[in-house]
Design a protein around this ligand. Structure first.
Ligand code: NAP
Ligand code: MG
Length: 492
C-alpha cells in the first residue's frame, strides 16, 4: 500500500515581503519655496517678516518656508473676517453661499492627487491613507455641509437660526486638510467667516486650500488662513472680536484655551486627546477583530485622537489574539510614506518621536513587556516600529496617558463589568471599540462606555453625517453631522 504523502504546505512567514517599490510621483505637487499669509483674499507678507521651515519628516528635508503671523497679522485677519461677515457673507442668500462651498468641494476633488502628495510629504502619513482617506473625506465634508447651507430651517425647525460671526479655528498636525475641512465647511454653511491656523509642522495643505479658495472666488476675508506657532493660536483665542473658537489639539492646550475664554462671550468646541479602549470578547470573530485592532492603533502611525490604544481581550481568547496580532504586525511595512506599499509612514516630527520613545522607556520601567516587530526602518527621518506592551497594569502611565504613536497596551478581563470599569478608567472619553457576535452585548457596552463614539465590530469609521466629539478631558462640543451645525449658530 502506497503511503499517503502529507500535502500540507508549511507557510513560512516572510516579514521582508520583498515587494517591488511603488512610489507615488512627487511631480503632482506644486510646492512654493515660500508661503505668505492668506488674508482678505490674497497672500500677504507677515508684518514681522519672519518665516519658519516645514520639513518632510520622512527625509528631514526642507519643503518650504511659511510665514509666522504675529498679533498685528492676527488683528488684520480678524478684521478682514469681520468686514466680510458684516458686509457680504451674512447678507448673502444661503443658496449662493452653498454654491461657493460646492465649488471648493469639487476643486478639492479635482486636485485630490496634488493634495494627497503634499499631505504625505509634509506630514509623513502613507500616501495610501492621504489618497484614500484624508482627501476624499475632506471633500465629502465640503459637499455635505454645502447641502445644509440653504436648509438650516429644517435642521432647526421652528427656530430662528443666526450665525455667530467670526470663528477662530486652530487645528493639529495629524489630519491637516481633513481638520481644516471639518472646521471651515460647517462654519461657512452657517454663515460665519473664518480665521484658521494650521499646525506648525503641517501647514502646506491648508495653504493649498487657500489657493483653491482664492481661485473659487470666495469673497475676500470670508476665509483667512494664517500660519504660525502656539503664540499665533493664542492671539486668535484672545482676540476680542472673535465669536467662536473651534480647537482640535492636546488636552493641555485645550485647558489653556478654556481658561482664556472664561468670562467672555465666546462659544467654543474643544476636540482634545483620547485613550480609547478596544474590547475583544471571546465570541468575537477574532481575525476581523485583530484587523480592527491593527487599524485602530497603526492607522496614521497612531497619530489619531480616537486611536484604539488600549486593547482589552477576554482572558479565554487572550493567547490566540496575541499570536494573531503579532503575526499580523510582522506583515506591516514601515518606511517611505510615498511608497504605495507602506502601511506605517513617518512620525510627524522629531519632538513627537521623542515623546513616543519616552513612553517606550516608561513602559519598560513600569514593568510592562515590550514587543516590537522585526521590520527594518529607514536610517533617516523619524520612524517607530509597531509596538505592543503586555503585562500592563491599569495604573501604568502607558495605559493612562495619550502616547499618540504606534504603541498599544494589552490587558485582559473576565466579565463585562470588569472591562467597562477598566475602559472608563482614564481621564479621557473620546472613543471605544467593541468586538462581539452578540447585539445585546454591543448595546450593553455602548450605553455604559463613557465615550463620544463607540464602534462595534469595526473601527475608525468616519462620515461627514455622523457627529464626533468627547466626554471628560477629551473636550466638549460635536463636529460632523447635524450636531456640527449647532456649534456654529445661535438659536433664537
Ligand atoms: P497641540 O499642541 O495642542 O496643538 C494644536 C494646535 O494648537 C496647533 O495648531 C498648535 O500650534 C496650536 N497651539 C499651541 N499652543 C497654543 C496656545 N497656547 N493657544 C492656542 N493655540 C495653540 O496639539 P498637537 O500636538 O498639534 O495635536 C495632537 C493632539 O490633538 C493630540 O492630543 C490629539 O489627541 C488631539 N486631537 C484631537 C482630535 C479630536 O477630534 N478630539 C483630533 C485630532 C487630534 P503649533 O502647531 O505651532 O504647536
Ligand atoms: Mg512638515
Amino acid at each position: 500500500m502506497a503511503t499517503k504523502k502529507s500535502n500540507t504546505i508549511k507557510l513560512k512567514f516572510d516579514s521582508s515581503r520583498n515587494l517591488a517599490p511603488a512610489p507615488e510621483s512627487k511631480s503632482a505637487a506644486k510646492i512654493n519655496s515660500r508661503y505668505d499669509l492668506f488674508i482678505n483674499g490674497k497672500f500677504e507678507k507677515p508684518s514681522g517678516k519672519k518665516y519658519f521651515d516645514t520639513i518632510n519628516p520622512a527625509t528631514e528635508e526642507k519643503l518650504s518656508e511659511v510665514a509666522e503671523a504675529n498679533e498685528a497679522d492676527v488683528n488684520k485677519a480678524v478684521k478682514a473676517a469681520r468686514d466680510a461677515y458684516d458686509k457680504v457673507w451674512k447678507k448673502m442668500p444661503a443658496k449662493e453661499r452653498a454654491k461657493y462651498i460646492y465649488r471648493i468641494a469639487r476643486m478639492v476633488q479635482e486636485r485630490a492627487r496634488e493634495f494627497s502628495v503634499i499631505e504625505t510629504l509634509d506630514g509623513g502619513k502613507p500616501i495610501r491613507e492621504s489618497r484614500d482617506f484624508d482627501v476624499p473625506t475632506a471633500a465629502n465634508h465640503f459637499f455635505y455641509y454645502a447641502g445644509w447651507a440653504d436648509k438650516l430651517e429644517y435642521a432647526f425647525p421652528n427656530r430662528n437660526v443666526e450665525p455667530l460671526g467670526v470663528a477662530g479655528q486652530i487645528i493639529p498636525w495629524n489630519f491637516p486638510l481633513l481638520m481644516a475641512a471639518w472646521k471651515i465647511a460647517p462654519a461657512l454653511a452657517t454663515g460665519n467667516t473664518v480665521v484658521l491656523k494650521p499646525a506648525e509642522t503641517t501647514p502646506l495643505t491648508a495653504l493649498k486650500l487657500a489657493e483653491i479658495i482664492e481661485e473659487a472666488d470666495l469673497p475676500p476675508g470670508v476665509v483667512n488662513i494664517i500660519t504660525g506657532a502656539g503664540a499665533t493660536g493664542a492671539a486668535i483665542v484672545n482676540h476680542p472680536d472673535v465669536n467662536k473658537i473651534a480647537f482640535t489639539g492636546s488636552t493641555d492646550v485645550g485647558k489653556i484655551i478654556q481658561r482664556a475664554i472664561a468670562n467672555t462671550n465666546k462659544k467654543a468646541t474643544l476636540e482634545l486627546g483620547g485613550k480609547a479602549a478596544n474590547i475583544i470578547f471571546d465570541d468575537a470573530p477574532l481575525d476581523q477583530a485583530v484587523e480592527g485592532v491593527i487599524n485602530g492603533i497603526f492607522f496614521n502611525q497612531g497619530h489619531v485622537c480616537c486611536a484604539g490604544s488600549r486593547l482589552y481581550v477576554q482572558e479565554s481568547v487572550y493567547k490566540t489574539v496575541l499570536r494573531k496580532l503579532k503575526d499580523r504586525m510582522e506583515s506591516l511595512i514601515v518606511g517611505d510614506p510615498m511608497d504605495k506599499n507602506t502601511d506605517i509612514g513617518a512620525i510627524n516630527s522629531r519632538s513627537q518621536l521623542e515623546v513616543i520613545n519616552k513612553y517606550l522607556k516608561i513602559g519598560q520601567q513600569e514593568g510592562a513587556e515590550m514587543y516590537q516587530t522585526a521590520c527594518s526602518i529607514p536610517k533617516k527621518g523619524f520612524f517607530c516600529r509597531p509596538t505592543i506592551f503586555t503585562n500592563v497594569a491599569q495604573s501604568n502611565r502607558i495605559a493612562q496617558e495619550e502616547i499618540f504613536g504606534p504603541v498599544l497596551t494589552i490587558q485582559t478581563f473576565r466579565t463585562d463589568d470588569e472591562v467597562i470599569e477598566k475602559a472608563n478608567n482614564t481621564p479621557f472619553g473620546l472613543s471605544a471599540g467593541v468586538w462581539t457576535d452578540k447585539g445585546s452585548k454591543i448595546f450593553n457596552m455602548t450605553t455604559k462606555l463613557r465615550a463620544g463614539v463607540v464602534w462595534a465590530n469595526t473601527y475608525n469609521k468616519f462620515d461627514p453625517t455622523s457627529p464626533f466629539g468627547g466626554y471628560k478631558e477629551s473636550g466638549y462640543g460635536r463636529e460632523g453631522g447635524l450636531h456640527g451645525l449647532n456649534a456654529y449658530v445661535s438659536l433664537v
